[in-house]
Write a protein that binds this ligand. Structure first.
Ligand code: GLC
Length: 512
């Protein structure tokens, strides 16, 4: 091929435009790293009401195109924006400005085009998720993304789909678009960020998708005979499938982690891969983070203490350099290990440590965390909200970062924490197992503290071990520096996605 590889990147969350979790972070960062490797990557997402208009071109790139839906169609328009990188802090490219083509020099500012699908009836609403017709909304978005390529006369080599919202797209490419010359050379890649959210609908959904004659040809999972499982369809039809760490790619082959799709995943094993996420090291840099009271790097690590004292003040906790502060950030759901934290929370908070927790989620956890804060006002501060600047201050100010997840496809919190000189305590599962090694002072190894069984006593013991180790400042500093020196940038992973795209194209060629 004598032109750059064309990749259409589909995600219903893309930071900084719209994000509720790690999916948005990945979709906002990986395309930039691919672009730096010379890929002609273009992102497409819905134009939600919450997307700030300064990011969106005032004129549409495609003023009107038809998106087939059921027996009829929906009219949509597409606007353009850019995912910029290599700019100086807080600069942003005006939406109309043309992106530079593939930079030869990495420090040159550049950007990835992003198309916003405008279908106001579906996306001009007050939240990204939680509507009765979410399935239909994302169906319209996925189909619009493919039809938009046709309007732009830009046939992608690879359509890279992410999570259940886009799981129908590989299904379409292998059925209704199979004989369409425009997509004749197009392969699909499907990335699983979280297998627990599968997008389950009744069979009526297939009529909307234009796939009524196409059941779920996989009798080995009888429960799926009468259900449309979009995650399952992505896995079954994509030319290549991956998840966001090597360990999770192994784990989901078992009934324990397979969310009842494990038989299918085992069958597709030859095309299932694990590629660890990176973090956006330009955005997430303690030496340049505008949200930190005191910026620091490895050479000025001692100034990090100022951030800790400021965090203690902000959290209404006693300012004390000697007491370790445990940070915890994330969705408050069963996945994140709250069920093994709550039974030992009182015992932990009676010890000489402090907890600063930030997140929103299940009401049941909100209630118990609020109660714990009331019982331990001098050692617990709980922020039940979503607040990026505060998150950065917790990453850059707490000493220990806790992630006791029941399962964790990759986990970004532990990576950001390490970059910010915070020492993680994690359960060895998924991406946590692939990135955090238990410290062993004698062997001079490790960058955190780990525990294996999903059990409150194991969690308790690991935290106490970290708390005790914190009393040895020289050794603690070694752990901090080891984490800060790790390379969790996207460039390595982006190279692996290039290999995956090549495999997908190869599988696609073999199938036709
Ligand atoms: C999901 C997973 C998380 C992963 C993220 C990005 O949120 O739960 O582990 O890091 O997706 O891939």
């Amino acid at each position: 091929m004598n032109r750059p590889l064309r990749v259409l990147f589909l995600s219903v969350e893309v930071a900084p435009f719209a994000k509720t979790g790690g999916l948005g972070d990945v979709a906002g960062a990986l395309p930039k790293a691919l672009h730096q490797l010379g890929v002609d990557v273009r992102v497409c997402m819905p134009l939600y009401r919450s997307v700030a208009r300064q990011h969106v071109s005032s004129d549409p790139v495609v003023p009107k195109f038809e998106v087939p839906l059921g027996a009829g169609s929906v009219a949509a328009a597409a606007y353009q924006g850019h995912l910029s990188y290599g700019l100086h802090e807080h600069e942003s490219r005006p939406p109309g400005a043309a992106p530079t083509s593939h930079p030869t020099n990495n420090s040159e500012p550049s950007s990835v085009p992003i198309y916003f699908v405008d279908a106001p009836h579906y996306f001009d609403r007050d939240s990204i998720y939680g509507h009765h017709d979410d399935g239909e909304r994302f169906l319209v978005y996925g189909r619009a993304a493919l039809e938009l390529c046709r309007s732009l006369d830009w046939a992608p080599d690879v359509v890279h789909c992410n999570d259940w919202h886009t799981g129908i797209v590989p299904n379409w490419l292998k059925t209704i678009y199979r004989d369409d010359p425009f997509f004749a050379g197009t392969a699909s890649v499907y990335t699983i960020h979280n297998l627990a959210y599968q997008g389950l609908f009744d069979y009526h959904f297939l009529e909307l998708a234009g796939l009524q004659q196409d059941g779920f040809p996989y009798p080995q999972i009888p429960e799926l005979a009468h259900t449309v499982d979009l995650m399952g369809r992505g896995i079954l039809y994509a030319d290549a499938v991956n998840t966001v760490s090597e360990r999770y790619a192994e784990e989901i082959l078992t009934p324990e982690y397979g969310e009842r799709l494990d038989p299918l995943l085992r069958d597709r094993r030859d095309r299932l891969f694990g590629i660890l996420n990176g973090i956006d090291d330009e955005e997430l840099d303690p030496a340049a983070d505008p949200h930190l009271p005191t910026r620091f790097d490895a050479a000025t690590l001692e100034t990090r203490l100022q951030n800790k004292l400021a965090l203690q003040r902000e959290a209404g906790l006693p300012e004390s350099p000697g007491i370790p502060v445990i940070g915890m950030i994330g969705r408050l759901s069963g996945q994140k290990g709250l069920d093994i934290l709550l039974p030992v929370l009182d015992a932990l908070l009676r010890r000489p440590l402090q907890l600063v927790l930030l997140g929103t989620g299940d009401e049941h956890y909100h209630y118990h965390l609020r109660q714990a804060q009331e019982r331990h006002p001098h050692s617990a501060a709980v922020f039940l909200t979503f607040d990026t600047p505060l998150a950065q201050r917790i990453y850059g100010g707490s000493d220990i970062f806790l992630m006791p997840s029941r399962y964790e496809p990759c986990g970004l919190g532990q990576l950001i924490a390490m970059r910010y000189g915070n020492v993680p305590v994690v359960r060895t599962t998924g991406g946590l197992a692939d990135t955090v090694q238990d410290c062993d002072p004698r062997a001079g190894r490790g960058n955190g503290f780990t525990f294996g069984p999903y059990d409150h006593l194991d969690l308790f013991a690991a935290v106490v071990r970290a708390e005790e180790t914190f009393k040895h400042p020289d050794y603690w500093r070694t752990l901090q520096l080891r984490g800060m020196a790790s390379d969790f940038s996207w460039s390595r992973s982006a190279q692996k996605y290039l290999d995956l795209y090549a495999k997908a194209l190869e599988f696609q060629r073999q199938a036709t």
